[in-house]
Design a protein around this ligand. Structure first.
Ligand code: DC
Length: 224
């Protein structure tokens, strides 16, 4: 199996780019953030703080998280309920960030991510794919962009969807989430030693995609 790990902070364009790269290679795209989001949403639904370690730990044996693909699009299920829409709500982002700092949650999702990778050529995006989940991935990319550019992209996306948003609030949230993700004790966001860093601040989606495909072809040549 061939594995491509794409890690980086929120809003760097990982999921869009990972999806494009996977489509071009005919690989499966696995969005691991959706898994953390689904655990966060499960905690919110049960009415407790997603940062409450004890409660979240007690909840884990009662939930089953699965991924499915409908017309090639990833859906995520908690106990067979499709939560793909709920996990994109703003409160789900913060809940995901909170549960992702808990070692029990990371252990819970680790096996699922490894099982998926064991049976598929895939492009997997997240925070610790190249460092923890798939340390032997053939290609590792660390995708970044400045906080301002990431907030600007998110702002445009939300405005286009008709949401009322404040740019400064978004920027603050992004900076806070970066801090949480890179300072937590377990599997913090950090570039793997053998990852190629790409700063997408001044690049188009196509440019980033082409650069990654060039790296893939250079590293694995004929196999991809
Ligand atoms: O990529 P995203 O915004 O959907 O991720 C949601 C949260 O989950 C984010 O705060 C970081 C966390 N996460 C993680 O800790 N490890 C991953 N492999 C993917 C996401």
């Amino acid at each position: 199996m061939i594995h491509i790990a794409i890690d980086g902070p929120s809003g760097a364009g990982k999921s869009t780019i990972a999806r494009l790269v996977a489509a071009r290679l005919g690989f499966m795209y696995i969005d691991t953030g959706a898994l953390y989001r689904s655990v966060g949403v499960a905690a919110l639904k049960r009415g407790f703080d997603p940062g409450d370690e004890k409660k979240v730990e007690q909840m884990l044996p009662t939930i089953r998280v699965t991924l499915g693909f409908v017309d090639g699009i990833q859906h995520v299920y908690v106990n067979d309920e499709d939560v793909s829409v709920q996990i994109r709500l703003p409160e789900a982002s913060m809940a995901a960030s909170a549960v992702s700092a808990l070692p029990a949650v990371r252990r819970f999702l680790f096996g699922l991510q490894q099982d998926l990778a064991a049976s598929h050529n895939c492009v997997m995006d997240g925070r610790d794919i190249g460092t923890v989940v798939l340390p032997d991935a053939e290609v590792k990319i660390f995708l970044t962009a400045s906080p301002e550019v990431r907030a600007q992209r998110r702002y445009r996306e939300l405005i286009e969807k008709g949401n009322e948003v404040n740019f400064d609030t978004l920027l603050k949230e992004i900076i806070q989430r970066d801090y949480n993700d890179s300072h937590r004790a377990v599997a913090p966001l950090k570039k793997a030693d053998d990852a190629v860093e790409i700063d997408s601040s001044e690049m188009t989606l196509d440019e980033v995609t082409e650069q990654i495909l060039a790296i893939v072809h250079q590293k694995i040549g004929e196999k991809a």
